[in-house]
Design a protein around this ligand. Sequence first.
Ligand code: G3H
Ligand code: 13P
Ligand code: NA
Ligand code: ZN
Length: 328
Amino acid sequence: AKITLRQLLDHAADGGYGVPAFNINNMEQGLAIMEAAARSDAPVIMQASRGARSYARDIMLEKMMDALVEMFPQIPVCIHQDHGNNEQTCLTAIRHGFTSVMMDGSLEADMKTPASYDYNVTITERVTRMAHWVGASVEGELGVLGSLETGEGEKEDGVGFEGKLSHDRLLTDPDQAVDFVRRTKVDALAIAMGTSHGAYKFTRKPDGEILAMHVIEEIHAKLPNTHLVMHGSSSVPEDLQELINRYGGRMRETYGVPVEEIVRGIRHGVRKVNIDTDCRMAMTAQFRKVAMEKPEEFDPRKFLTPAMDALKKLCLERYEAFGCAGQA
Ligand code: G3H
Ligand code: 13P
Ligand code: NA
Ligand code: ZN
């Protein structure tokens, strides 16, 4: 059945587990995520970005989500708008069956310019008030992640966030977080603690300092009842990098967020863990493998079936690691 983010994360907090939030754009991703959840008896967060909504179209996504919920009646499913940029995005998502929205007021509506604190509070409070009228949940964000607008975390210097760590104003300020949650009444709070979106987050395996785990711990100590959200939480597994490169891809050496660091975050109030890049890599590695090993193949299903299997395996691993398995 469909449930809200608030319902799901309250349960996760009671049980001390975290829920991976996988991005979804198409049927294959939906089936893989749900089959993995059914296999491990895990609750699900499927999230669609604005890009996903324009790729698949709102009506297609809505009916597909309904179909997935109907096909897996034993699995609680939260359908979430990822990185909503304004009121319109958030309200049209709810209108199309989403049970939860992220109002990302950490950036201006162009999603490129860091926003003022006042802007963030005002727009997030407004969206939360409206969403709560109709029973939907809201995730807000405070602090600024590595850049969104450059897509794959790509920058001139080729690093994600780590080169900027001295600018600690980009990390979430714990006292401001307390004020933000009190004023906006968000159900969940995304925090900036050193990650960035995309594959190129770190040039070496990040330690607890690069990841600023102390920020999570401090915020959780001040806001023990607020569900924390980690964005940019792909682990960018080395074996997937290798597979992609073995079959003609070109990924530079890079490091993501180690699963054990996410698990540490879950011990300190992280309840929603956003993962997109790992899912993309799992599928794309299989596309490349089939394309290279079977150049005579042109049936898309022969590409998509192993890609779905690889994504399903990745989802299963995250459900298990985050303590989500058996919680549906
Ligand atoms: O945070 C961004 C997510 O990875 C979604 O990416 O906007 O390309 O769909 P997208
Ligand atoms: P990754 O790019 O690390 O998968 O992060 C996804 C994300 O934060 C979506 O909101
Ligand atoms: Na989100
Ligand atoms: Zn994100």
